[in-house]
Design a protein around this ligand. Structure first.
Ligand code: NOJ
Ligand code: CA
Length: 561
């Protein structure tokens, strides 16, 4: 293990800690940190930036290439930090700008790049612009930075339209003088008006601010939502829903002119050496639309959530892999792969739940709504499949995005008491949506002690007793643990990653996926519940213990021939 790590991490050039390779992002393994739940350094129960700095040796040993840091900006946490009060500062609950600089230095010295989240679709309602907009009259320059409209009715007492927010509940909020503002997400997240030049130039300033501090790239939140074109007479929600939005003309989503914004951003990214990178969060209807965000004149890369949405099923995986690799090639980009993030039920849990409506339907996360112990969860199956899917993914061309805790095989926490929940999507959808807190519970670093080593005190979201079984301390000591498995796979990936080509090999069975990379590295996944013959070759890694020359059920193996 030491040899592999040493080969992988050459001494870092401190004069150029980000590294000069302009293509590093194309096949990077990127680890997402949700900072408030990673590690707490000062005993207030909230994870912070010095907590991350202290864990850099852990990240280095894990073998990732980059960290994607979810928002760490000042925020009232109406939406987990995606409600930003000030884009050019650090939340005092998480540290200071000096702490940020120290974290960047420590990451770079360990050979790890840093991508930060940027949230351009909306600010928080505590942002100085929004406070100024509320204090200013209708028609003012201050209101023009947001999306204000007169209400309907004699005194504007009714909303301008019946639009629903993505988190549930109305998308228009009154401000008391007959005007209303629009918010796609929580009430505390007013949408910005990207036709406003000051909004545009201020974000360029923000991109430079963090790039100058050594940030290597940006993850762009709701990238497909920034450009809007609201007609004089607003359509109803039903009319919006019925609109074809694959042609760039929907009033709210994925409009063609959104790319003008990112072309300007690209000019800023290219002022740096190496150019800063970006990855778009863009939920758009077709891969063709997605890859517009990933063009070299735009953000460069876009999230592909297709595997995250798929069942553990060979045909679905094969089709998704082939089509995304093809599309990314056409766009001149590389694709991304992701199974878990801070918005979805952890994949070890998804794969252990019964399908919602029988074979062929998506894993039913609504089982989680029942709360309690989730009796439907088959944790063993879930973890076996999650490890198999992850090993398959880590051998693919493109970037692999990992979410903190998946390297421990953590499950979703379904039974957080209502009084302790934080996610607005839980409160805005009573009885319908369990929300996203269950994947944001602070990490267990030790097997016992207050908040399992996350903090000296109780963590800001409660951890269940079983978290200790998944602790870093316990898994560190167990060579068969999921943590040991991730470390081994990531270290190998670092030495094996090659040209972005993949060749399918006929496995002679529809439920086995077998592919080869140009240097002879092969990945074989048995999606079935029966063992299959193990192809010939030197076994480099396996997601489950291999027995007697066969490939066990729901298992991936890496081979070299
Ligand atoms: C996407 C982020 O991933 C999610 O956590 C957030 O709630 C919304 N964008 C709104 O910013
Ligand atoms: Ca703290």
């Amino acid at each position: 293990m030491t040899d592999i790590l040493d080969a992988r991490w050459p001494a870092v050039d401190s004069a150029n800690p980000g590294g000069a390779d302009a293509t590093w992002w194309r096949q990077a393994a990127v680890y997402q940190i949700y900072p408030r739940s990673f590690a707490d350094s000062n005993g207030d129960g909230i994870g912070d930036l010095p907590g991350i700095t202290a864990k850099v040796p852990y990240l280095r040993r894990l073998g990732i290439d980059a960290v994607w840091l979810s928002p760490f900006y000042p925020s009232a946490l109406a939406d987990g930090g995606y409600d930003v009060d000030d884009y050019r500062d650090v939340d005092p609950k998480l540290g200071t700008l000096q702490d940020f600089d120290a974290m960047v230095t420590a990451l770079h010295e360990a050979g790890i790049k840093l991508i930060v989240d940027i949230v351009p679709n909306h600010t928080s309602d505590r942002h100085e612009w929004f406070k100024a907009a509320l204090a200013a009259p209708k028609g003012s320059a201050e209101r023009d930075r947001y999306i204000f409209r007169d209400g309907l009715g004699d005194n504007g007492e009714q909303p301008p339209a019946d639009w629903q927010s993505i988190f549930g509940g109305p998308a228009w909020e009154p401000v008391g003088d007959g005007q209303w503002y629009m918010h796609h997400f929580a009430t505390e997240q007013p949408d910005l008006n990207w036709k406003n030049q000051e909004v545009r130039s201020d974000f360029l300033k923000t991109l430079r601010f963090w790039s100058d501090r050594g940030v290597d790239g940006f993850r762009v939140d709701v990238a497909h939502g920034c450009a809007k074109e609201l007609p004089e007479v607003l359509p109803s929600q039903a009319e919006l829903d019925a609109m074809e939005n694959a042609d760039g003309t929907h009033p709210l989503w994925d409009r063609d002119e959104v790319h003008e914004i990112y072309a300007q951003w690209r000019e800023v990214f290219n002022e740096y050496d190496p150019p800063r990178t970006a990855v778009a969060e863009a939920w758009v209807p077709t891969p063709q639309r997605r890859h517009r965000y990933a063009s070299a004149e735009g953000l460069g890369q876009a999230f592909n959530f297709d595997l995250l949405e798929a069942d553990f099923e060979a045909d679905q995986f094969r089709e998704i892999i082939s089509s995304n690799l093809g599309q990314a090639k056409e766009a001149g980009s590389s694709t991304t792969w992701v199974f878990s993030n801070h918005d979805v039920v952890r994949h070890a849990t998804r794969y252990g739940l019964p399908p919602r409506g029988g074979a062929g339907t998506k894993q039913g996360t609504d089982w989680l709504l029942s709360g309690g112990t989730v009796p439907q969860l088959d944790a063993e199956t879930g973890l076996r499949r999650a490890r198999a899917a992850t090993l398959l993914m880590l051998a693919l061309p493109g970037s692999a995005y990992l979410y903190q805790g998946e390297e421990l095989g953590l499950n979703e926490v379904a039974d957080i008491p209502e009084a302790e929940r934080q996610d607005p999507s839980f409160f805005r959808n009573p009885g319908k949506d369990i929300g996203r807190d269950g994947c944001r519970v602070p990490l267990p670093w030790t097997s016992a002690g207050p908040s399992f080593g996350f903090s000296d005190t109780t963590s800001h979201l409660p951890q269940p007793a079983w978290f200790g079984d998944y602790s870093v301390e316990r898994e560190d000591a167990d060579p068969t643990s999921t943590l040991a498995f991730y470390r081994q796979a990531l270290a190998l990936r670092g030495t094996l990653q090659t040209d972005e080509e993949l060749e399918w090999i006929d496995a002679g069975s529809t439920d086995v996926l077998h592919y080869r990379r140009p240097n002879g590295w092969e990945s074989v996944t048995n999606f079935s519940t029966r063992s299959r013959p193990l192809p010939e070759g030197e076994v480099l890694a396996a997601s489950s213990p291999l027995g007697d020359g066969t490939l066990p059920a729901e298992t991936t193996v890496w081979l070299k021939r």
